[in-house]
Design a protein. Structure first.
Lengths: 553, 722
């Protein structure tokens, strides 16, 4: 034993254990996000059981979210009577839904007080536009208050009528978001036009009055157009509210729910695996392409994905040339000496500066200084409401470009270093000038290295949140930064962002428990995106190394 | 073109630094007075009792002894309006003002009556140009009101307006102390406000009062007297008002209280003495919950007797005038004297600040009014206010507090950087405690012992670890790990003991295992063998956790903590340490691994050839040679931990506490910036202090990174020379 310790082997094992722990943590974390995130879309069975406590009974209907074993003591402290000789208790977290009726969306139940679990076939789960999910038993379908289907036929009738109401609701959303939005913006443009005319000193007063009258007429026409659309919208809404369903809740109440308020309905306990997979796909698709609802805690994350992609895209346009040129300067152009040393130290420091400092700088310099001056110069008619002088897409992108600059430089420089000497010398020997060698041979050959740098920069930017909270990301942006309105790309608009979405929904939302699966799903999307980017960057880099290893020999 | 990009990098870094610095500089700038404008008293010739200005410095007002109230332009002395208060048959013997923002002025007359008037300013925008129209109003709907039914002259008077109405306090010539309250009540029938008058006589003070103050809650009445004492009357129930406390506020035995004024919010009182001393007092509750007049801090002494004090609007500063012709500007919270400046060879009589604290008015014995603009944007920040314990209003003792904003106007901002700095170091410390062993040991193993094939798997894993967004780590730490650890506390502790133990057991078992099995897996795969062991240990700890709680902690370790008296927050330093450690591990790992891997082979081979075991070689040669590299890895990791924002933001309660308790949370500089920056008013002291925090972070990481970089460059040079 003593001999064994003396040999040092146990210590080697111990420090090896450090690697095992690290690897397990990474893999475990990815698995945790993967399982929880993907689980969000899977339809769990709907459980019905009875809860007994001190002579009282209550029928419980819902899906089980979590099961855990706790000590009896903890439960006793919470006010439940558990037999003295019992040490451990299993408890179940039920998703009961029906927030509007009972006020309890989620509730823990202690396993000892629950009857056997049943899986009633008539149980349905409704995903609603408001008030979260509904659990109950389907009774009948009504059209304008008349029962049209009951019993077994009701569910298929429900599905077909749900398709109709969803189509109609989609139409109303389209009118609200695009047509009415367009008119509102046009009216706003007219208001600004009038202000511009007032600010324009070169106009005579008659000219001014005439132009303003013109603009007023345009506003009146737009208002008329708005009225037409508004009427159409009201009409659509009332048509969409034709159908309703009647359902019985677990406590026996009969509730009428208008189909226009329902997004999807599932009869979880009768679904086959195939149907569940189909449902899974549909939900996943709705999540990726839909807009958020209910303070972001439900619905989809499309604006967040779109915002992240836009921001990263604009950032790439800025950072790639800057970073690549800086790397070329460091490796190919400049004479190695004090200047390059300073540049290198700057690059390293830029990489080490905390990201929040970039945010503070971006807010002070880009937003208030640059943005404020742009507003004063080009948008005087909108003041004091800021245009570029408030956080927005362009400033977020520029801040992140600065943040990711070192990533691009380091990676490009590494690529340039790996180019075999023979290639350079060959080019020079054939009579090419130094500049020709650089731009025609070295830069094209090192493109994959630049790609690697860019991919890594994109991955870094996509995951960064702290600086963005200051320079342009909001919890809910009413409009995407790209739309059909001139000038089509709105660089001054605020955007939604996947990382900030996670922070906001997970930590700032009123109903954190209900939102949690959605946060996991969002986290999964973000981690997936970053993993793919990073792994592809690693793959490109490794291939590059292999190629030049052989070329260098 | 290409070089531009190269210099651009340096430029960007310099720009960040310079810009942050420029934003911080005004904090360090001292207050200064502009050039003085002087003009004769506009209107009546009578001496001034009180002067004040309006927000935009377009109108100011002087209250003269003969009852005339003159509005004039403060910057050039142009007369705007001339009013006279109808004083009846009385003559003015005393005057006082309420808090400056109430704009109330009271005259005490020689017939026991008082006049209360208010100077007001109406803002209109004809043709989009601001027009300020001053006017005088009578808040009590009467020219004069009766204070002393016996008709004795009101030698000292005080007025204050609070949420419930107006109070007038007075000391009569025959030595009585009177309090009259006018409680406003809205009539149900007419909707008009009417006043209910109630008057009280308070116990007489031991010596002749020189100054009386009433606070806006109408609970405290302070009397300063000629013998240098300050008396505190509890008037929350005026019919049974009592003298609660009397304290001598003058250090000098011969000195008397010559000026006394409440600071904004009427909690702190500034007492000026005939000896030129200026000190701040407020009531601090003792063990019996009785307020005691407590000397909080003193300011630089003036050369002459203090004649006038004027509190700042919206802040806790004040302007002082003395008999030697000096103006002094002081700030309460930061205990700083911003300047004492001689402006006249005559005694100063009245002083006033404009509501935006950007202009000063004063009068001296010459019958002139003087005006000067004032730059005093950031008096709140001084070295002692940021780094020392400060006694804030309403607290029982000096303390380090960060509390930047509140709902009320009277709030005293508390800008101590100590809790934030301690929080930052605490978070970084626990993160390093978790990350350093794992990362450094892992790096040494990976670089020196691990088989190349496994290395090809481990290194990308670590890179993925580095790429994981911190928002994900923070979210998991806050929403998953924090509750999990709270409900599995025994597991969290036992795993730290059991893991190394089980690893050693496995190692021992492996050394005793039959050769066939040992040859199945070659050396360099120890880490892979340990993976199931680690998993098993983790599972075991979690499963045993409730049982351990039952056996040793009466069923709940969380409850046990409370019983023993340990504060336990769900989101605490341990959670942050693990989550941030996770974020820091890859940084340290890759740099340290690089340093160890590049230790020249002939050194290690020489050591092995001389008969050292691999472990001896590692300890004696490899770690020693690579130690500068490991050091710079730790530096860079530490820099990252200090600046990390999202994890701390999400995995702690963000409460600015000053302790190193592992079971409590913290608030770091970076998280504080993220939380407060969007709400800070641009250009304000709070905004600039957040820039200062950013600059501190920048500077700190700059130093760490530069040290690390220099150390690495020297190490590289050493390796190439070996």
């Amino acid at each position: 034993m003593k001999q064994w310790f003396k040999s040092g082997d146990p210590w080697i094992w111990l420090i090896g254990g450090a690697v095992s722990i690290s690897v397990i943590m990474v893999v475990g974390l990815l698995l945790l996000i993967g399982v929880r995130g993907l689980g969000h879309f899977w339809q769990p069975p709907i459980v019905q059981t009875t809860f007994h406590d001190q002579g009282q009974q209550e029928v419980v209907l819902g899906s089980i979210r979590q099961v855990e074993t706790v000590t009896a003591q903890t439960v006793r402290e919470a006010g439940f009577e558990v037999p003295e000789d019992q040490d451990l208790v299993t408890r179940y977290l039920f998703h009961l839904g029906n927030r509007d009726l009972t006020g309890r969306d989620f509730q823990w139940f202690i396993g000892d007080f629950l009857d056997e679990f049943e899986y009633p076939e008539s149980a349905i789960m409704l995903e609603r536009r408001e008030w979260g999910n509904f659990f109950g038993h389907l009774v009948s379908i009504k059209e304008d208050g008349e029962v049209v289907a009951e019993g077994e036929a009701a569910f298929s009738e429900l599905q077909s009528r749900l398709r109709r109401s969803n189509d109609l609701m989609g139409e109303t959303v389209r009118i609200e978001r695009y047509d009415i939005g367009r008119i509102n913006r046009a009216i706003e443009m007219e208001r600004l036009e009038q202000r511009r005319i007032e600010l324009n000193d070169s106009l005579s007063s008659e000219e001014r009055a005439q132009r303003i009258a013109q603009s007023e007429a345009e506003v009146a026409r737009l208002n008329q157009e708005y009225q037409v659309l508004f009427d159409e919208l009201q009409e659509l809404r009332s048509v969409a509210r034709r159908d309703a369903l009647v359902a019985r809740t677990s406590d026996g109440r009969e509730v009428t729910i208008v189909l226009a308020d329902v997004v999807r309905a599932t009869r979880a306990n009768t679904m086959s695996i195939g149907q569940k997979v189909q449902e899974y796909g549909a939900r996943f698709w709705a999540f990726m392409t839909g807009y958020p609802r209910e303070a972001n805690t439900e619905g989809g994350i499309f604006p967040a994905i779109f915002g992240t992609v836009m921001m990263v895209f604009i950032m790439s346009i800025v950072v790639t040339p800057f970073g690549v040129l800086a790397a070329i300067y460091l490796r190919e152009y400049a004479k190695q000496g004090p200047v390059t040393r300073i540049v290198r130290i700057s690059v390293n420091n830029l990489a080490g500066v905390p990201s929040i400092v970039f945010g503070v700088f971006g807010l002070g310099f880009f937003v208030y200084f640059l943005g404020g001056n742009i507003d004063a110069l080009f948008y005087p008619e909108r003041l004091p409401a800021p245009t570029f002088g408030s956080p927005g897409l362009i400033w977020a992108s520029l801040t992140l470009a600065l943040l990711t600059l070192p990533v691009v430089i380091v990676s490009t420089e590494e690529g340039l270093t790996r180019i075999p000497k023979a290639m350079r010398e060959g080019s020079l020997a054939l009579g090419a000038t130094k500049a020709e060698t650089l731009w025609k041979v070295i830069v094209p050959v090192s493109t994959p290295a630049m790609m690697t740098g860019l991919i890594l920069a994109v991955a870094r930017a996509a995951g960064e949140v702290a600086p963005l909270m200051l320079v342009g990301v909001v919890k809910l942006a009413p409009n995407l930064p790209v739309d059909g309105q001139f000038p089509f790309v709105h660089l001054e608009r605020r955007i939604m962002h996947l990382g900030f979405h996670i922070y906001d929904v997970g930590f700032q939302s009123p109903n954190a428990e209900a939102a949690r699966p959605l946060v996991y799903a969002t986290a999964l999307v973000l981690v997936g995106l970053i993993l793919i980017l990073n792994l592809s960057a690693i793959a490109i880099r490794n291939r590059l190394r292999e190629r030049y290893k052989s070329a260098g020999d | 073109m290409v070089s531009v990009a190269g210099y651009g990098v340096v430029f960007s870094l310099a720009l960040i630094f310079i810009f942050l610095f420029i934003e911080v500089v005004p904090l360090l700038r001292n207050a200064s007075l502009g050039t003085t404008v002087s003009y004769q008293n506009p209107g009546s010739e009578a001496p001034n009792l009180y002067i004040a200005s309006e927000r935009y410095q377009e109108a100011a007002v002087r209250f003269a002894e003969d009852g005339s109230v003159v509005f004039f332009n403060p910057t050039d002395g142009r007369l705007l309006q001339d009013h006279t208060v109808n004083l009846g048959d009385g003559n003015v013997v005393s005057s006082a003002s309420g808090e400056p923002r109430t704009r109330l002025v009271a005259y005490g007359l020689d017939n026991g009556r008082a006049a209360v008037v208010r100077h007001e300013y109406d803002l209109t925008y004809p043709d989009d140009v601001r027009l300020v129209t001053p006017r005088l109003s009578l808040p009590l709907d009467a020219d004069t009101v009766e204070i002393d039914p016996q008709g004795s002259p009101l030698n000292v008077i005080a007025v204050q307006e609070g949420g419930t109405g107006i109070a007038v306090g007075a000391a009569t010539a025959d030595g009585r102390l009177l309090l009259t309250r006018y409680t406003s009540r809205r009539s149900f029938l007419t909707g008009e406000t009417e006043f209910v008058r109630s008057s009280y006589e308070l116990p007489p003070p031991p010596a002749a009062p020189t100054r009386i103050l009433i606070d806006i809650t109408m609970r405290i009445l302070l009397v300063g007297d000629a013998q240098g004492f300050l008396h505190y009357y509890d008037i929350s129930n005026p019919a049974q008002a009592q003298l609660r406390d009397s304290v001598r506020v003058m250090q000098d035995d011969a000195a008397s209280v010559t000026a006394m004024e409440y600071l904004l919010g009427t909690v702190s009182v500034i007492v000026g003495g005939s000896d030129g001393s200026v000190a701040q007092y407020f009531l601090v509750r003792d063990e019996d919950n009785i307020g005691r007049i407590t000397r909080i801090r003193e300011f630089r002494q003036h050369p002459g007797m203090i004649t006038a004090i004027f509190p700042e609007f919206g802040r806790k500063g004040f302007l002082v005038g003395d008999a030697a012709g000096n103006l002094g500007l002081h700030y309460g919270t930061s205990a700083s004297t911003l300047f004492i400046k001689q402006v006249s060879d005559q005694p100063i009589v009245n002083v006033a600040l404009t509501p935006r604290n950007d202009g000063v008015l004063w009068t001296d014995g010459t019958g002139q009014i003087h005006y000067a603009s004032l730059w005093n944007r950031h008096p709140e920040s001084s070295f002692s206010a940021l780094w020392n314990k400060v006694w804030y209003e309403g607290r029982s003792a000096p303390d380090y507090v960060w509390q930047s904003s509140s709902a009320t106007d009277e709030f005293e901002p508390k800008f101590s950087l100590v809790p934030l700095s301690v929080g930052t170091l605490k978070a970084a410390f626990y993160a390093m405690l978790f990350a350093m062993p794992l990362a450094i040991f892992g790096a040494i193993y990976t670089a020196y012992f691990m088989s190349p094939k496994m290395r090809g798997l481990v290194k990308p894993t670590i890179e993925v670890m580095e790429a994981l967004p911190t928002v994900i780590l923070g979210f998991l730490a806050g929403l998953w790990m924090a509750p999990f650890i709270e409900s599995h506390l025994p597991a969290a502790f036992s795993i730290f003991v059991l893991l190394p133990l089980f690893m050693l057991l496995t190692a021992f078992a492996w050394s005793k295992a039959p050769g066939a099995l040992r040859h199945l897996i070659p050396a360099g795969w120890e880490a892979a063998i340990l993976i199931p062991v680690v998993l098993f240990t983790g599972w075991l700890c979690v499963t045993m956790s409730p049982l351990v709680e039952i056996w040793f902690f009466d069923g709940s370790m969380r409850q046990w903590f409370t019983d023993v008296g340990i504060t336990y927050d769900q989101r605490n330093a341990m959670v942050v340490g693990i989550a941030m450690g996770f974020a820091v591990i890859p940084t340290i790992f890759s740099i340290a691994e690089d340093a160890v891997f590049n230790v020249p082979k002939h050194l290690t081979q020489g050591s092995l050839a001389l008969g050292a075991t691999p472990w001896q070689t590692v300890v004696g040669v490899v770690i020693l040679t690579a130690s500068p590299g490991i050091f710079s890895a730790v530096m860079i990791g530490f820099g990252r931990a200090v600046g990390e924002t999202m994890i701390v933001l999400m995995a702690t309660g963000n409460s600015p506490v000053v302790n190193f308790n592992i079971f409590e949370g913290m608030r770091t500089l970076s998280a504080n910036i993220a939380v407060e920056m969007p709400e800070a008013a641009v250009g304000g002291s709070h905004y600039r202090l957040l820039f200062l925090a950013a600059l501190v972070l920048f500077g700190f990481t700059f130093i760490l990174n530069t040290i690390a970089e220099v150390v690495r460059q020297r190490l590289r040079a050493k390796y190439s020379s070996l």
